[in-house]
Design a protein around this ligand. Structure first.
Ligand SMILES: [Ca+2]
Length: 115
C-alpha cells in the first residue's frame, strides 16, 4: 500500500468542507511547515517537519528540488501562495476541481437594506 501524503487528502477536504475549508487547511498545513521567524517554508523548516508531509525519507537534495520547482519568485523558500500552487500541482483531482471553482467565483455576502 502506498503511503498517503498531505496533498492526498486535499480532494476529500475540498469535497467535505468546500473551497473555504480547503484554503483553511492549506493555511494550517503551511503554518505547520513554515519557519516561524521568516513566515516561509525553508529547507530547514521542511526538513524538520518533513514527516508531516509524508516526505521524511526524502534526501536534502530531494527537498531542495521540491522547493526549487515551487519557488516562483526564486528566493529559495516557499510563500503561502507558492505552497498552495505546489499542493494543487501535486493533487491532480484538486487541480481538476479548481477549474470548476474558477467558473463559479465566490458570491460576496452583501448586506441587504433590511439588515
Ligand atoms: Ca519563493
Amino acid at each position: 500500500m502506498a503511503a498517503l501524503h498531505f496533498q492526498d487528502f486535499l480532494p476529500l477536504i475540498a469535497h467535505k468542507r468546500g473551497r473555504h475549508g480547503l484554503l483553511l487547511e492549506l493555511c494550517n498545513g503551511f503554518r505547520l511547515l513554515m519557519d516561524r521567524r521568516k513566515g516561509l517554508i525553508t529547507l530547514d523548516s521542511l526538513r524538520t517537519n518533513s514527516a508531516l508531509l509524508g516526505v521524511q525519507d526524502f534526501t536534502r537534495d530531494d527537498l531542495l528540488c521540491m522547493i526549487a520547482k515551487a519557488d516562483l519568485d526564486g528566493d529559495g523558500a516557499l510563500s503561502l501562495l507558492e505552497f498552495c500552487v505546489l499542493m494543487f500541482r501535486l493533487s491532480p483531482d484538486l487541480m481538476q476541481r479548481s477549474s470548476f471553482w474558477l467558473h463559479r467565483p465566490p458570491q460576496p455576502h452583501l448586506p441587504t437594506s433590511s439588515s
